[in-house]
Design a protein around this ligand. Structure first.
Ligand code: ADP
Ligand code: MG
Length: 696
């Protein structure tokens, strides 16, 4: 194997390549564009495009594409070759600045939530120079934003970039108040931990539910699940190890900082964590990571499942979104500092996040709301649907001391007086862990654990960036007009803690008591997507997004519609798949088994007239009853699906899917799973959970 440092980034048109291949003045102009978000001159763009093309051709590329992230949640690409005809019947390879900067895919079939009437279907893609171009499958990919000609965002990248700009602006206002004039920009950083399952491809192909829905719709619990906790961090099997090695290699080529690979809690479940980077790039990289995981798995005869809940009864897949703020001078703003002044600044940012999460629980919750994630949130292993924050005992006692104005006593250390001018100096306690919290402070960053594994991280980070930007802007409004900074600062921190401490919960988020306690505290509990989504279009939230120029009202309403529509479509596909499997596979299989059991009883009594056939009769009786019930349930499901056609209101339709269709699906499944346990394995028409989870 080649040296990793040689492989790393070898398929990326990164800063090193640019500085080597571009004329000095062009390189400088491009850097200015990247750093200051300035628009790029066409002449410069031509030079950059030409250098990019030459580099790509050397690497074997034949095509280029504007790579973008429409509202489908996955990425899109339309390949164009570099060829350009010459008069002598030959071709040359060309790529212009115009082609680099802007593209016009015929994008009429992407979800737009009514934003883009089909008569003006053309959207355009615009180069995002803050994310490097790269080569994938012999194609030069140019990361781009995707907008309508009216300027409305049709993708996930545009609002993410806008939200990063919003938090940059407001953070700088705060930093100036602390005398930090050397800092020119603040970016948010993200490290998304990606969970996934690997199963055998041959088995996968025998299950229509996995093929169409990415999750199993039927399946009885195997005798062994994850209760022994013997899969978590255990030695990695050779086939999986080979997959991980190749995955790392592919990701490194694309400059993706794949770092940690390990087995997760459920059998056949694994995790990959990269080293964190700027949010925009982390989002691009995570999309690529998911795509490449699937591709590499196939080369190993495996299928990678990224669904939030591929198997009932064992853990689902999450994507922990580790999030922090970093200055261009390299300071992590969520790192407790060494001096009281640094700590005051830290506490101000920290309380801004606390206030943001408390005031916008609805947005936090709905930022991770999908049909798939509904199966995971609130299940036992996953964070509940109630948003709360974990602070760790040490930090919590600091906050309590500030609030009450009393002395702060650190564990086994000296006590510290909290005066008006001096905020406490404290040390972070890295041993603190709370695996059940949906939003945990982990020493120098927050770990948001609610996102589902297949989700683009853009959604949750757009929300996080915007709601924190809002609090920072309110804080800056107060402090900028203050005559007594120290006093007002302390009061602000103190009042914020008092008003928002209800969101802090260090206990067990999975417990029943917490649900009751949270209700007492007035916290929101939005168990499903349908409960959460309407909050997107509340006046308060529309005002928020408009104030920070992250979404226009029109964009919010269109996204709301896309999300609701997607929810309905996903459940519709699942229900149809379920009916298909039930009628064409499960029902005939169980009937065959019943017939053979009956045949056995008849043959036995022909051979020995008085022999007992009680066992066969009992089993035939049981299975026949289950089959009858199964038939009724499928009819019920089928009728429920028919009724969705008469729903005219999108929200009501989604609610109907949740309350009626999903309920019918659950009942149908329960009967099938019971039959599976009673049916001879050789009759069962597809691989069981035991096969899928334990045969790698
Ligand atoms: P754990 O499983 O204990 O939560 P991991 O090492 O699996 O820890 O994941 C931690 C993730 O947090 C990594 O992706 C890491 O790069 C990321 N991370 C660390 N510091 C920051 C930061 N300042 N901002 C964003 N992400 C961070
Ligand atoms: Mg982790």
């Amino acid at each position: 194997m080649k040296d990793v440092s040689e492989i790393f980034g070898s398929m990326v048109f990164n800063d090193k390549v640019m500085s080597e291949r571009l004329p000095k003045d062009v390189y400088k102009a491009l850097k200015r564009t990247i750093e200051a978000g300035k628009s790029l001159d066409r002449k410069i763009a031509d030079v950059v495009a030409c250098a990019m093309k030459d580099w790509a051709l050397e690497k074997g590329a034949t095509h280029y594409t504007h790579w973008f992230q429409p509202m489908t949640g996955i990425t899109a690409e339309k390949h164009d070759s570099f060829i350009s005809p010459k008069s002598d019947g030959t071709v040359i390879m060309e790529f212009s600045g115009k082609e680099l900067i802007q593209g016009e895919p015929d994008a009429s079939s992407f979800p737009s939530g009514g934003l883009r009437a089909t008569f003006e279907a053309r959207g355009y893609t615009a180069w995002d120079p803050t994310s490097y171009a790269f080569i994938k499958d012999d194609t030069l990919c140019i990361p781009t934003a995707f907008c309508s000609f009216g300027g409305q965002a049709l993708d996930k990248k545009t609002p993410l970039l806008r939200s990063m700009e919003a938090i940059n602006k407001q953070s700088l206002r705060i930093l100036r108040l602390f005398g930090n004039y050397d800092i020119k920009s603040v970016t948010t950083t993200v490290g998304p931990e990606q969970e996934y399952f690997l199963i055998d491809k041959e088995l996968y192909e025998k299950r229509k539910d996995l093929i169409f829905c990415g999750r199993t719709l039927f399946g009885a619990r195997p005798p062994k699940g994850q209760e022994l906790e013997d899969h978590y961090f255990c030695a990695i099997k050779p086939r999986v190890k080979a997959f991980m090695a190749e995955l790392d290699n592919e990701l490194w080529k694309l400059g993706i900082l794949a770092k940690t690979e390990h087995n997760e809690v459920a059998p056949a479940q694994h995790e990959l964590a990269p080293i964190y980077t700027t949010t925009n790039i982390a989002a691009d990289h995570n999309q690529l990571t998911m795509e490449i995981m699937k591709k590499v798995a196939l080369r190993h005869g495996l299928v990678c499942l990224l669904h939030e809940k591929p198997f009932a009864g064992v853990n689902g897949n999450g994507k922990h979104n580790n999030w922090s703020l970093k200055t261009d001078t390299g300071v992590n703003l969520l790192e407790p500092g060494d001096s009281p002044s640094e700590n005051a600044q830290f506490l101000l940012f920290l309380t801004a996040v606390i206030k943001a999460v408390d005031e916008y629980q609805d947005l936090i919750r709905l930022s991770v709301a999908t049909a798939g994630n509904d199966h995971r949130l609130g299940a036992h292993e996953a964070p509940p649907a109630i948003v709360s924050m974990f602070m760790g005992d040490d930090l919590l006692s600091v906050l309590e001391a500030i609030e009450s104005g009393s002395a702060y006593v650190q564990k086994n250390k000296q006590e510290m007086q909290i005066g008006v001018h001096v905020l406490p100096r404290f040390f972070r306690d890295t041993t603190d862990r709370n695996r059940t919290s949906p939003f945990a402070f982990t020493g120098n960053k927050f770990e948001f654990r609610m996102p589902g594994s297949s989700l683009s991280v853009s959604g949750p980070n757009i929300i996080l960036n915007t709601i924190v930007a809002e609090q920072l802007s309110l804080f800056a409004d107060i402090l900028e007009s203050s005559d007594n900074f120290q006093t007002d600062l302390l009061n602000l921190i103190r009042n914020t803690i008092t008003q928002h401490k209800r969101i802090i919960f260090n206990g067990n988020n999975y417990s029943e008591e917490w649900v009751k306690e949270a209700e007492k505290r007035g916290l929101l509990n939005l168990p499903s997507t349908v409960d959460a989504l309407p909050y997107f279009v509340s006046d308060k939230n529309i005002r928020l997004f408009e104030k920070h120029k992250v979404f226009s009202e029109q964009e919010i309403r269109s996204r709301y519609e896309i999300l609701l529509e997607n929810y309905c479509k996903v459940i519709n596909i699942e229900a149809l798949t379920m009916l298909d499997i039930a009628r064409k596979e499960i029902f005939p299989a169980v009937m065959s088994y019943i017939r053979d059991l009956s045949q056995t009883a008849i043959l036995k009594s022909q051979l020995i007239p008085d022999i007992s056939c009680d066992m066969e009769k009992t089993l035939v009786d049981k299975l026949s009853a289950l089959c009858a019930s199964f038939y009724n349930k499928t009819e019920m499901l089928s009728n429920a699906l028919l009724n969705t056609k008469s729903q005219t209101d999108l929200y009501k339709c989604a609610k109907y899917y949740k309350e009626t269709v999903l309920a019918a699906m659950r009942e149908t499944r329960a009967v099938a799973d019971e039959m599976e346990l009673l049916t001879d394995k050789k009759y069962w028409p597809f691989p069981t959970f035991s096969d899928l989870l334990f045969k790698i």
